[in-house]
Ligand binder design. Structure first.
Ligand code: SAJ
Length: 411
């Protein structure tokens, strides 16, 4: 039997590759020629450790291929983006488009699994869209009509560790019916070595959003503490380290804000579904979103003591030791530094990229610099990302500088 994976991005392609490596025939579907062509050559269009080996192996053995049209398959896995739109509601248009392409292929007894992170009710929404278009099909066999099975199985893998965590993380599988959940479990069992927990679809949707909201709230707590500690003149990193010596306390680390396309987005899906109830979750988002402005004000306080200081911004990525700049507070802060201090030189230091992203390259006062040279030339050094390379910076280089260390890396 064949599995069609719709969306060959950060989640879909690893899932397609690991299924195919475990003997399942997989057809990957993507709207982008670049993704389709890369996969058919056995290549990976983005960076993720070990993924390239899996894709190359699966393609050369004929177990994985990619195309733009949605084929008929016994199982569909939908792994397309769910960005948010104005008002912070989830934008389901990619899910709807994937669903519309599946609808004409259905003959009965297919299983459709939604993997995309989704607001509560999205799996039911998908089922309704299918059944509204096809009154010859049903969820339960009523009227003797063939059944289509629906389940939600959110991904939980950490970028950079995807191929490991696909195998080792427990998974939550929410079916619109018990049979749907059981069929989805049989599929994930092929590659997942951890436990598979069955529930209903809405609980599975909420579990995913809850995990990321939990992390967001915990980081917001740390970010708020960092502002309180500044006010009180104490070191927040020591404060958290000492508080975490308590056996039931485990506070995360403050930073210049929360980036990536999951933790800074998913909590809004809960807020927009239940705006009056999700008060803490909304506030945490606001606290984390405010942190870049706080850092910018801190730099301004220092800069006011110089005439056109040279500012080095260390790190552009959204977290350490990756090249992913999407939704990165470090990138946004660097851009704002250049715009607000337009007669200053801003040295962007990001060891994981070769050239400046377009948004920064367009600014006349920004240059990409190496770590040692950038720091040496700077009056103000702002550490934004705790990359490995920055940990070992020679402290003598920092001695004469105004240093703002948002990650506590150089304590
Ligand atoms: N961050 C802090 N302080 C911390 C930890 C993180 O400021 O103590 C910041 C990071 O710098 C980064 C942001 O949070 O800007 C998010 O990074 P992350 O490493 O916490 O998470 P992601 O976005 O790479 O992946 C998360 C993971 N979710 C959880 O850990 C609950 C991952 O398991 C999910 O699969 C992923 O979101 C997703 O796709 O939803």
């Amino acid at each position: 039997s064949t599995v069609a994976v719709i969306g060959l991005g950060y989640i879909g392609l690893p899932t397609a590759a690991i299924l195919a490596s475990n003997g399942v025939k997989v057809i990957g579907v993507d709207v982008s020629d670049r993704h389709v062509d890369a996969v058919n050559r056995g290549e990976v269009p983005f960076v993720e450790p070990d993924l390239a080996t899996h894709v190359a192996g699966a393609v050369s053995q004929g177990m994985l291929s990619a195309q733009k049209d949605t084929p008929h398959a016994e199982t569909y896995i939908v792994a397309v983006p769910t960005p948010f739109k104005d008002g912070y509601a989830a934008d389901l248009s990619y899910i709807d488009a994937a669903t519309d392409a599946i609808i004409p292929q259905l003959t009965g007894d297919e299983l459709i699994i939604l993997e995309s992170t989704s607001p509560p009710g999205a799996t039911e929404h998908m089922a309704k869209r299918v059944l509204d278009a096809r009154d010859d099909l049903s969820l339960d066999g009523s009227g003797g009509r063939p059944i289509i099975h629906f389940a939600h199985c959110p991904e939980r893998v950490l970028p950079g560790r995807v191929m490991i965590e696909l195998v080792t993380n427990d998974r939550i599988i929410g079916g619109l019916t018990t049979v749907a959940a059981e069929r989805a479990r049989d599929l994930y069992q092929v590659f997942c070595g951890a436990e598979l927990h069955l529930t209903d679809a809405t609980t599975a949707e909420m579990a995913k959003l809850t995990e990321n909201s939990y992390r967001d709230v915990n980081i917001a707590f740390a970010n708020e503490l960092s502002i309180i500690a500044d006010k009180l003149g104490i070191d927040v990193f020591e404060l958290i380290e000492l508080s975490n010596k308590h056996p039931r306390v485990n506070i995360l680390q403050p930073g210049p804000g929360v980036g990536g396309h999951c933790i800074a987005v998913d909590p809004w899906f809960i807020v927009s579904a239940v705006p009056d109830e999700a008060r803490l979750i909304r506030t945490a988002r606001e606290v984390n979103d405010h942190k870049p402005e706080y850092v910018l004000n801190k730099v301004k306080d220092r800069a006011d003591r110089f005439k056109d200081p040279v500012i080095a911004a260390l790190g552009l990525a959204f977290k350490p030791d990756i090249d992913d700049l999407r939704e990165s507070p470090a990138l946004e802060i660097t851009k704002q530094l250049a715009q607000r201090h337009s007669s200053s030189r801003v040295l962007a230091i990001e060891p994981n990229i070769e050239e400046l992203p377009a948004g920064l390259a367009a600014l006349p006062n920004v240059e990409l610099a190496s770590t040692a040279e950038g720091i040496a030339a700077a009056d103000i050094v702002v550490l934004l990302v705790d990359h490995r390379e920055f940990r070992n910076v020679d402290r003598r280089l920092l001695a004469e500088k105004a240093v703002i260390d948002t990650r506590g890396l150089w304590r």
